[in-house]
Design a binder for this molecule. Structure first.
Ligand SMILES: Nc1ncnc2c1ncn2[C@@H]1O[C@H](COP(=O)(O)OP(=O)(O)OP(=O)(O)O)[C@@H](O)[C@H]1O
Length: 283
């Protein structure tokens, strides 16, 4: 992978918890307009990696650099998690759904835009009540939310409590909410967990179109190899905190070390996977 055109560059990243190296000397890159998957067995360090690049953990060593199209190079490892999201526009979803269950779907998406709304209100209730700019920002935020709900085929449930929705629908709402924050890098932690095969196939199509059409970079942690092998432009494999392989889906599937550590001889991807849809070249 050519690091010179990278959106994200991770260099020699190490995260230690006492004597445990959850991430050890990891270097990798991810590009805009592409899906980069991070896979590996349970405890390999995937979520720790996301926590390091989104400012939840301060890495023990190494650097995480984002090439922001307007703001230039940002050192994510030195930023607070709120700034990684707000300034860096690096947005993540979590393994467990984190919607506000009693709020409506639309309200959940409005919360994702609270920074813009707070600024428009000049951080005061009086500002929010009296200001034209707040009303304009609020109208824009609603329009943005409805646009993403439409795009994710869930606009009809905008006024329903998020927690009443089926699991697969809540996953879609989470992605719509993340998109409202206008990410340039979207980090998805097991978005296919709990989805049925039809929903997983829809997710695959969605991630491909988000990366291609919006031009955003997507980092994907996922155990469902039927999704990973179809959607990924590039795959990084972790085991015990170390990178053991990276490459195209076809290369990863054939890599003996990856098969031994994670995929297994009876690669279950072949049963779910349509090999003809796999990526065969890295642009
Ligand atoms: N805050 C923490 N304190 C101590 N150890 C931690 C902490 N966070 C993660 N770990 C340890 O780091 C290792 C990597 O965990 P991590 O959750 O990153 O793995 P993972 O690849 O995301 O696993 P899974 O696929 O099960 O989600 C594990 O041994 C875990 O117990």
């Amino acid at each position: 992978m050519n690091g010179s055109s990278s959106l994200l560059s991770v260099e020699n990243l190490t995260m230690q918890f006492g004597g445990l190296h959850a991430i050890e000397d990891l270097s990798m890159t991810a590009r805009a307009g592409e899906v980069t998957a991070v896979i590996g067995p349970n405890g390999a360090g995937k979520t720790t990696f996301f926590n390091c690049l989104t400012g939840f953990y301060k890495p023990t060593k190494g650097s995480v650099k984002l090439r922001h199209p307007q703001r230039g190079e940002l050192r994510l490892d030195a930023m607070r998690n709120v700034d990684v999201a707000r300034v860096g526009q690096v947005v993540r979803t979590f393994q467990n759904i984190r919607l506000f269950p009693r709020m409506t779907v639309l309200e959940n998406l409005m919360i994702a835009q609270h920074n813009v709304l707070q600024q428009a209100s000049r951080f005061s209730i009086a500002g929010a009540l009296n200001s034209k700019s707040f009303r304009h920002a609020n109208d824009k935020a609603i329009e943005q939310a409805l646009t993403w709900l439409e795009r994710l085929s869930v606009r009809d449930i905008a006024n329903k409590p998020a927690g009443d929705m089926p699991y697969g629908v809540q996953r879609r709402v989470e992605i719509a909410r993340a998109m409202c924050a206008e990410p340039i890098l979207l980090c998805l932690d097991e978005p296919a967990a709990g989805l049925n095969p039809r929903e997983s196939a829809e997710l695959t199509a969605l991630l491909t179109s988000l990366s291609r059409e919006q031009g955003i970079g997507i980092l994907l942690i996922e155990h469902d190899m039927s999704v990973v092998m179809k959607v990924s432009d590039h795959i990084v494999v972790l085991n015990h905190g170390k990178k053991i392989a990276e490459g195209l889906p076809a290369e990863i599937k054939a890599n003996p070390e990856v098969i031994g550590a994670y995929l297994g001889e009876d690669d279950e991807t072949s049963s779910h996977d349509d090999a003809s849809q796999e990526k065969t070249a890295h642009a």
